[in-house]
Design a binder for this molecule. Sequence first.
Ligand code: HSE
Length: 331
Amino acid sequence: MKKVKVFAPGTVANIGCGFDVMGLTLDGVGDVVAVTLYDDKDEFDRHASASGNAFVSTACTVSVKNNSKEKLPETAAKNVVTPAVSAMAEAFLEKSGSKEALYMEIEIIDKIRPGSGIGSSAASSAAAVYALNHLLGHPFSEVKLVDFAMEGERLISGTAHADNVGPAILGGIVFIRGYNPTDLIKLPVPDDFYCTVVHPHITVSTKEARDILPANVSRKDAIRQWGNVGGFVAGLLLDDMELLGRSVEDVIAEPYRKKFIPGYDALKSRLLEAGMLGVNIAGSGPSVFALSKSADMAEKGRKIMASHFSDQGVGFETYLTQIGMTGARIV
Ligand code: HSE
């Protein structure tokens, strides 16, 4: 048997304007996952300690052991890591011409709280596929890993979006130009660029936060949104932080999702008045992020966020990081 332990970072999807097409990497917050690949079924049966909850298909048998502090689904089939590694196992058998199913156990060691909006499910899926690719001798490219990890997102939200798993695997700020096939671009990251995040302890499922969005957008809103996406990308390329900041505007999801976050409009106004470059909902929420160009400003944002949710009587935690330049990695 072979075993490897991988860290994959938390991420902020959308970054305001880029619904399903853009995400950034947080530094120092994420999931740690260990994958053990067994030689055969016999070895799996003898050693895998969570084999009772295993998912079995023609390509693989996967058991999931939860050693984190978070509550996770009881069966392997319902854990996001399983469809991700199972998609990889299928592709591996096809690529190698082997008929031998893969037997593995995935241990979740550290976990971002599920439903936080900072890519909790993506971090686990990203770490699991990164680890399995390593154990198999690196047969797949980073883009393929993103494709596999997206299967975890499909399980949890109903849609295979890459704006969390993309940065969780590649690191930095990732732009997804298209999905058929997946076309990822790593964007340049300015030197002094900070992201402050507050995670209020409210549960919002990604599925629910997607289901409330209208299926269609007006031409007026579409023009506004793609203007902002272009503006954000141009801001990064030109190192123009003011342009980048004013492009963190969203008419697609924020108007519908902000009702889940107590006092959202007031919090956003306070943060912008204090000098944050841009403020919006992290992924599908309920976390809120603020971008800034100095550590002092980022700390000012953190204090405003903390005082806001203290006043609201809502428990919370905050994260203050620069953009993480590395995605999933062996630890
Ligand atoms: N783009 C996704 C959404 C991200 O906003 O639903 C989920 O974290």
